[in-house]
Design a protein around this ligand. Structure first.
Ligand SMILES: NC(=O)c1ccc[n+]([C@@H]2O[C@H](COP(=O)([O-])OP(=O)(O)OC[C@H]3O[C@@H](n4cnc5c(N)ncnc54)[C@H](O)[C@@H]3O)[C@@H](O)[C@H]2O)c1
Ligand SMILES: [Zn+2]
Ligand SMILES: [Zn+2]
Length: 393
């Protein structure tokens, strides 16, 4: 089959690789019909290189049709499914609490990481990813979400990651009717977090330096702001000087705005792998501009919800400010299946309350993935969300 593989820093290529086969009786193989590129893939492309091996298949936002189902899976050939990016057993102690991204059966203990993820480096189990024609789905007795045949792929596809991640971010932010919410970063995760905030009745501010991302959010009732020195004051001014009740940080470590961080990022990419890994783990190479702005903006006693992924253990956090402002901080990898019952009716609703019809900017054959990665990273050509179609070449 053809698959998108990681080959080195900022280098991915489509290669012919062996088809996946069933390895356990609760596995299934799906033929992938749509598979999205995520902001998280950019971390692999850039800073997580030391944890990747050339030839690793990337991708974790797929849907498709079952072509082979193990006897212990709850699927059959022909089923149409969306596959969550986290691989969970569904029945261990953590899964029983709905903390599926902490599954104790699939945790990657070697690296001290949570549940395995598709296509997400040694840190998350080196599981072959989903930007490919076929995908082996472990724990197919629990993970895959069966969907109907009537609606097009893009209505369901974002149940794999973007929607549950955004939903969890807003649940953790704990906002509802009449509350105020600011969302830093209007990539796909921030777009959906902002729209979900609106859907739940909050007044929502969205901050992003990229004009077309602000335009997209504005189409969905979000009050948008460029990222700049006066932004937080402008937002405070409209919230009686206090700041919003909650802030979602949907930027993560590819943030703009911190030149020091950028240098460190580049340095990690240039180091030999073993040293780069250590630096990534301990030196705090993160670009924390958006996170610091989020801490500054949230009102005293408010909640900060992080969905952007930050790595590096020595990240300098303004603990004094967090303490003094009595900020509640919640974060984590999405517990995808926990939120599907809330989300499925919304994506199937003909009125499209979350606007899933307005998120994809590029749908391309898998062959064009390398160009798509570059476009997405550089934010060229109005690129906000790319979906690859492995059935087309
Ligand atoms: N928690 C989870 O389970 C989970 C799941 C998926 C993605 N993520 C993470 O969420 C983050 C966002 O993902 P995405 O797909 O939307 O990525 P993305 O890269 O498309 O979006 C990031 C956005 O942040 C904006 N930005 C950069 N610096 C900024 C700043 N200083 N202030 C405001 N905005 C700024 C960029 O312009 C961009 O629009 C990534 O870190 C990703 O790894 C987390
Ligand atoms: Zn993703
Ligand atoms: Zn489990």
């Amino acid at each position: 089959m053809k698959a998108l593989t990681w080959q080195g820093k900022r280098k991915v290529s489509v290669e012919t690789v062996p088809d996946p086969v069933l390895q356990a009786d609760n596995d299934a193989i799906i033929e992938v019909t749509s598979t999205a590129v995520c902001g998280s893939d950019l971390h692999l492309y850039e800073v997580l290189g030391p944890f990747m091996d050339p030839g690793d298949i990337i991708g974790h936002e797929p849907m498709g049709r079952v072509v082979e189902a193990g006897t212990g899976s709850n699927l059959k050939e022909g089923d149409r499914v969306v596959v969550p990016f986290t691989i969970s057993c569904g029945s261990c102690w953590m899964c029983a609490k709905g903390l599926y991204s902490q599954c104790e059966i699939t945790q990657v203990r070697e690296y001290g990481s949570g549940a395995r993820l598709f296509g997400y480096s040694r840190l998350y189990g080196s599981v072959p990813g989903a930007q490919a024609q076929y995908l082996r789905v472990p724990h197919a007795d629990f993970g895959p979400i069966k969907v109907g045949d009537e609606l097009p792929d893009h209505r369901y596809l974002f149940l794999s990651d973007v929607l549950p991640t955004a939903w969890q971010a807003v649940q953790y932010a704990d906002v509802g009717e009449g509350d105020t919410l600011a969302v830093f970063g209007l990539g796909p995760i921030g777009q959906m977090a902002a729209r979900i905030g609106r859907h739940l009745g909050a007044r929502v501010f969205g901050i992003d330096p990229v004009p077309e991302r602000r335009d997209m959010a504005a189409r969905h009732g979000i009050e948008v702001f460029d990222y700049g020195e006066d932004t937080n004051d402008a937002i405070r001014d409209t919230t009686a000087g206090r700041g919003p009740d909650a802030v979602v940080d949907a930027v993560g470590m590819e943030a703009h705005g911190s030149p020091v961080g950028k240098l460190a990022h580049q340095a990690v990419g240039l180091l030999p792998d073993a040293i780069g890994r250590k630096m990534m783990e301990h030196a705090g190479v993160d670009r924390l501009a958006a996170l610091h702005s989020s801490i500054d903006l949230v009102r005293r006693g408010g909640t900060l919800s992080l969905s952007g992924v930050y790595g590096g253990e020595a990240s300098p956090m303004p603990l004094l400010t967090l303490f003094d402002k009595q900020i509640q901080l919640r974060m984590g990898q999405a517990n995808v299946k926990k939120w599907i019952d809330d989300l499925l009716p919304l994506v199937e609703d003909a009125a499209d309350p979350l606007g899933v019809d307005d998120l994809i900017t590029h749908r391309l054959p898998l062959d064009q993935a390398p160009e798509a990665y570059e476009k997405f990273q550089k934010k060229q050509d109005g690129c906000i969300k790319v979906v690859l179609d492995p059935t087309e070449s």
